[in-house]
Write a protein that binds this ligand. Sequence first.
Ligand code: 13P
Ligand code: SF4
Length: 320
Amino acid sequence: MTLPVPLQHASPDPALDLHEAIASLKRERNAVVLAHYYQDSDIQDIADFLGDSLQLAQAAATTTADVLCFAGVHFMAETAKILNPQRIVVVPDLEAGCSLADGCPADRFAAWKANYPGSVVVSYINCTAEVKALSDYIVTSSNAEKIVRSIPEATQVLFAPDKNLGRYLEKKTGRSMVLWPGSCVVHETFSERKLIALKTRNADAEILAHPECEEPILRMADFIGSTTALLKYAVASSKRTFIVATEPGILHQMEKQAPGKTFLAAPPEGNCACNECPHMKRNTLEKVYLSLRDLTPRLEMSAELLERAKVPIQRMLALS
Ligand code: 13P
Ligand code: SF4
């Protein structure tokens, strides 16, 4: 199939029905849209695959589509490209990054790793392809505990780039690791003080938290897990009200899959919307349409980087 590669987007006709236009481009291009739970609800609703980081990587590894439009953040689309180098991977907005990936540049990571010869390097999937290429295992919040436990006890483990997830894993597995000092700008924003107040007003509510949250928030949680695990827990629980300490995009699926239950977003410390991921929220339905129409911006990497970064991701998929 030969596909055009225009250099820049021309604005769409304002009268265009974006839902219909996206559906027709998907057919024409043999394309699929993969979306993370932190996307706006209109993007979630047009997605062919919706999930957490692990599910989206698994979907990217198995799809037979010619074009993958990845509505998430850059490291997620990069992972899809690494698993599918022969397919076209486009993103709605190339600037949609991640504070964890940005805070762990490959040169500093390589220097850090060099201080611990003989260690096994486990990196959270929220990192660049260059950091993946320097890692032994990639993990997500769904499988990190299992993968860390699979590494022989006597081996020193380096864990990057999220110190909060790292600390949580240390507690769960009882083994200490060397942690890269990174954190997520969204998950470190939740206020313990306001969470206590919200819980006091909703005494029956269960608190659900993502392991990227800081320790005081995790200590208050009734359940800790990846976005998919939080969703499944909320659906299965006999409780009616939940306080959710992660990016509030997930509330859309919780409300859809557990109608009648009440979901409250855990509050940030300031009077801001800083519990919303500014990177995830760069994507819009219009940008999804434009990326499918123009097949740009595309993810491209050298063959050498693709090969090296694939090894630890495949180890993860094999263990998941
Ligand atoms: P999940 O693995 O739960 O999808 O989390 C991804 C993420 O970026 C959390 O901030
Ligand atoms: Fe990165 Fe945090 Fe946004 Fe997740 S929520 S993509 S970890 S900045």
